[in-house]
Design a protein around this ligand. Structure first.
Ligand code: CA
Length: 221
C-alpha cells in the first residue's frame, strides 16, 4: 500500500511516515501544496493525506481540484482547526475523512484501514493467502505450508504486493514504485536483492519454487 502525505510541518510528517511505515505502508512526502498536487496526479496512491494549511496551495483546494478532474483516490484531511465549518467544507468537496491535530497515529491508521476496506477497488483483507502461503498483515507474519518464514518487513511488503497481484508480471519499476518510497534510488539493485532473499526464504523447504523471473521484463508470483 502506497500513501502520499502532503504536510509542511517536518515534525508531523516524520512522525506520521515512521508510524505508517511500521505498518508496512510505503509513504511519499510532499511539503508544499503544488508539489503535493502534482505527485497525487502523477502517481497511483492508495490514499492521500492532505494537510489543510500548506504553502502555495491549501489542502481544500487540492482536494477540490483532484475531485474535479475525476481522481477518486481516498483523501484524509488534516487540520489544526476544530471548527465544524471546516470539516463540513472538506467533506462537501470530496474528502473522505478528516482529522484534527494533534492526533494519535493509531487513530490515523485505523481510519486509513476503514477507507481502504470501504473502497471497492481495494482488496484490503489483512490476511492474504496464495497457494500454501498465508500472510497476516496485522501480526506481520508469513507462513508457507504452516511453517513460519521469518521475513523482514520489506520482504513482507514485497510478498504482499505479489500476493495482491497473483500471476501478474510485475516489472522492477512497478515493484520499486509500490514497495519503496520515491527516495529509493532506481539504479541500485535493492529490488533484486530483496527478491533473491524473499525467494530463498519462500522456497527453502518447498518443492514448488515461487517467484519466477520473466527475463528482461520482471517477476511473477
Ligand atoms: Ca500546515
Amino acid at each position: 500500500m502506497k500513501l502520499l502525505l502532503v504536510e509542511d510541518e517536518k515534525d508531523i510528517s516524520t512522525f506520521v511516515k515512521k508510524g505508517l511505515e511500521s505498518e508496512l505502508f510505503s509513504v511519499d512526502i510532499a511539503n508544499d501544496g503544488l508539489r503535493g498536487e502534482s505527485m497525487a496526479r502523477m502517481n497511483d496512491y492508495d490514499i492521500v493525506i492532505l494537510d489543510q494549511n500548506l504553502p502555495h496551495k491549501n489542502g481544500i483546494d487540492i482536494c477540490q481540484s483532484l475531485r474535479e478532474t475525476g481522481r477518486n483516490v481516498p483523501i484524509i484531511m488534516l487540520t489544526a482547526e476544530k471548527e465544524i465549518e471546516k470539516k463540513v467544507q472538506a467533506l462537501t468537496i470530496g474528502a473522505n475523512d478528516y482529522m484534527t491535530k494533534p492526533f494519535a497515529i493509531e487513530e490515523l491508521i485505523a481510519r486509513i484501514r476503514v477507507l481502504l476496506r470501504d473502497n471497492p477497488q481495494q482488496t484490503t483483507s489483512t490476511i492474504l493467502t496464495y497457494k500454501d502461503i498465508t500472510i497476516d498483515l496485522d501480526k506481520f507474519t508469513a507462513t508457507r505450508d504452516s511453517c513460519p518464514l521469518n521475513l523482514r518487513k520489506k520482504e513482507l511488503a514485497l510478498l504482499e504486493y505479489f500476493m495482491r497481484n497473483p500471476d501478474a508480471i510485475l516489472t522492477r519499476s512497478m515493484i520499486l514504485e509500490h514497495v519503496w518510497d520515491t527516495n529509493a534510488d532506481p539504479f541500485t539493485n535493492t529490488v533484486e536483492v530483496h527478491i533473491r532473499n524473499l525467494r530463498q526464504k519462500l522456497n527453502e523447504n518447498s518443492k514448488e519454487k515461487l517467484i519466477e523471473t520473466i527475463r528482461g521484463i520482471g517477476y511473477r508470483l
